[in-house]
Ligand binder design. Structure first.
Ligand SMILES: NC(=O)C1=CN([C@@H]2O[C@H](COP(=O)(O)OP(=O)(O)OC[C@H]3O[C@@H](n4cnc5c(N)ncnc54)[C@H](O)[C@@H]3O)[C@@H](O)[C@H]2O)[C@@H](O)CC1
Ligand SMILES: Nc1ncnc2c1ncn2[C@@H]1O[C@H](COP(=O)(O)OP(=O)(O)O)[C@@H](O)[C@H]1O
Ligand SMILES: [K+]
Length: 522
């Protein structure tokens, strides 16, 4: 797991390192700049011309240090700065004075086509308002240089991108690479900041260890990495299929069979021991064709459907409901029964609600209050809305949700008394307080049924790790973390499917099957 910081948290890390621990500001800066210099040297030729465009804060000071370090290594590096003599930060004034003594050239324009590489050191985490006027022109000139082929390397953040939410504050530099310090910033993992950042390189600038400072560490968002996968999906030898969970998938409707098949297949590929599909009788052949390992429980009409469902809920260790369910009266009855069933159980059943189950809840507030009353702090409900479904659940517009995705996921989790997986190109998961930002996946996953595979993978992730070598439930990961891992794994499976079939040609079933490859390789 990797922490992601916003601008304010990073400022606290800066301040703590300098004031509490006593690491001199200029030492941090030198190390930070060295990381940028090394990254640039890997990308350019010895004869290339570099321009460092520097603002008047410490981001600009970093840029000046980079100009000096590149010059030391024999690269032609010049500086353009917005800082007036003596009016920058203390560090900037110091860096500027050194450059002047070294005879480094200061220029007064950013001509397109003249420099092979431009270092964007206008704004970093100190960007505090919308960019207008002179700064807007500077950013436009950097982007114009990019269009003529200059390599753009951003220092810490692409200038104009909000480090917290990834939004463009008026305008922003379109970097080819961003060398960011200490931790990846949330805004560089969220869209559109993620695109503006280009290749992201997280550099160790020598900040003090902040793991013991809860205001920073506990509050920070996080993401998963490949190195986390194995621990979640550990599979001890002395086990049987029951050890890996009994999953009930309530999906599909009279003319919709694919969703149930995709969810079930993805669940088996994620390691579920036993998957039962509760669906309309019409879907039997399609589901079994794609997932012969599935056990089928079917219905033809609503007669005794509640009793049938209750029996299966008694059997299950986890339930997925919603993919392809439709909004028919039968579907409404199923969702209502599932919610009414929970308080009857001694131990909460993890319930993953997706697609039409979410739409049914959005249209019937009584169901929501039923969950709120029963759920308390147990948080065993997981909701997986895409932006359209989230708009219906929250009453916000899709544009609003996208601009405030972390806050929106948090609010929805609170409102729905569970874990919210707000699906998008950068999916956010929240339990109402913590924030996970997903960094896996690709545009090939914008394909019908990709969300259905997510439900199966999430269930697989919840049910994995139920066993340890002594056969007891694995308590090392919290429910919330298992959901975050499922989201990460889904994205990695999408990446593996894209490697095999390409982003355009890959389809949802490829994602389901690729989970096996990702688990095998990690
Ligand atoms: N010792 C340190 O403090 C270190 C700082 N570091 C660098 O310092 C950066 C942060 O430095 P600062 O806090 O000085 O902030 P920045 O240099 O990111 O920017 C702040 C300056 O820009 C101005 N500003 C903000 N928004 C503006 C807008 N829209 N239009 C015009 N002016 C605007 C502010 O008034 C301020 O003068 C980091 O991103 C990183 O690059 C690193 O070198 C690591 C060590
Ligand atoms: N561009 C993308 N980058 C990363 N992940 C994506 C992208 N597009 C879609 N996804 C993922 O694919 C899934 C799509 O889900 P959803 O919209 O519910 O699809 P469906 O309803 O067709 O099953 C989500 O998990 C989403 O995060
Ligand atoms: K910058």
């Amino acid at each position: 797991m990797k922490k992601l910081m916003n601008g304010a948290q990073m400022k606290m890390i800066d301040t703590y390192s300098i004031q509490e621990v006593g690491i001199p500001s200029l030492v941090l800066m030198e190390r930070a700049a060295l990381c940028v210099t090394e990254a640039v040297l890997e990308k350019i030729k010895k004869t290339d011309k570099v321009l460092c465009v520097c603002g008047s804060g410490n981001n600009g000071a970093d840029g000046m240090a980079v100009a000096r370090q590149l010059t030391e290594r024999g690269i032609s590096a010049e500086v353009y700065t917005t800082a007036e003599e003596g009016k920058g930060t203390e560090e900037l004034n110091r860096q500027c004075a050194i450059l002047q003594k070294l005879g480094i050239v200061f220029v007064n324009d950013i001509p397109a086509g003249e420099y092979n590489c431009i270092i964007d050191a206008v704004f970093g985490i100190g960007l505090s308002r919308t960019i207008t006027g002179r700064y807007e022109q500077i950013i436009a000139k950097i982007n114009a240089a990019k269009d003529t082929g200059s390599l753009i390397v951003a220092v810490d953040t692409p200038s104009g991108i909000n480090a917290g939410d990834g939004q463009v504050m008026g305008c922003a530099v379109r970097a080819d690479m961003t060398v960011t310090f200490g931790f990846a910033k949330c805004g560089l993992c969220l869209y559109p900041g993620r695109i503006y950042a280009g290749e992201l390189c997280v550099a160790n600038a020598g900040f003090a260890d902040v793991r013991t400072i809860p205001e920073i560490w506990e509050q920070a968002a996080f993401t998963m990495e490949d190195t986390d996968i194995a621990a979640f999906f550990d599979r001890p030898a002395d086990t049987n299929k029951g050890s890996y969970g009994k999953l009930l998938i309530v999906a599909g409707s009279e003319n919709m069979a694919g969703a149930a098949a995709l969810s079930a297949r993805a669940a088996y590929r994620t390691g579920c021991g036993l998957v039962k599909v509760f669906t309309h009788e019409n879907n039997r052949t399609v589901v079994l064709t794609h997932v012969p390992e599935a056990v089928m429980v079917t219905y033809k009409d609503t007669a005794d459907i509640k009793e049938k469902l209750a029996g299966e809920l008694d059997w299950a260790d986890c339930v997925v409901a919603g993919p392809g369910l439709s909004k028919s009266d039968t579907a409404k009855e199923i969702v209502a029964e599932m919610i009414a069933y929970q308080p009857k159980r001694e131990k909460r059943l993890p319930v993953l609600l997706d697609a039409d189950a979410l739409n049914i809840i959005a249209e019937n507030r009584k169901l929501l209050s039923g969950i709120a009353e029963n759920e308390g702090s147990s948080k065993q409900y997981v909701y997986t809305p895409h932006m359209g479904e989230a708009a219906r659940l929250s009453g916000k517009s899709i544009a609003q949700l996208k601009e405030t995705s972390c806050e929106s996921a948090k609010e929805l989790a609170q409102k729905l008394c569970g874990v919210c997986v707000l699906k998008d190109a950068a999916t956010i998961v929240s339990d109402g307080s913590r924030i996970y930002i997903n960094t896996s996946g690709n545009s090939g996953m914008s394909t019908a049924g990709a969300g259905d595979t997510l439900t199966g993978i999430l269930a697989g992730s919840v049910l994995a790790g139920r066993t340890q070598k002594n056969g007891k439930e694995n308590a090392s990961y919290e429910f919330f973390e298992k959901i975050c891992m499922g989201v990460y794994l889904h994205g990695r499976a999408g990446d593996a499917a894209a490697d095999r079939f390409g982003n355009a040609g890959m389809k949802a079933m490829d994602i389901a099957d690729a989970v096996a490859n990702v688990l095998k390789e990690n």
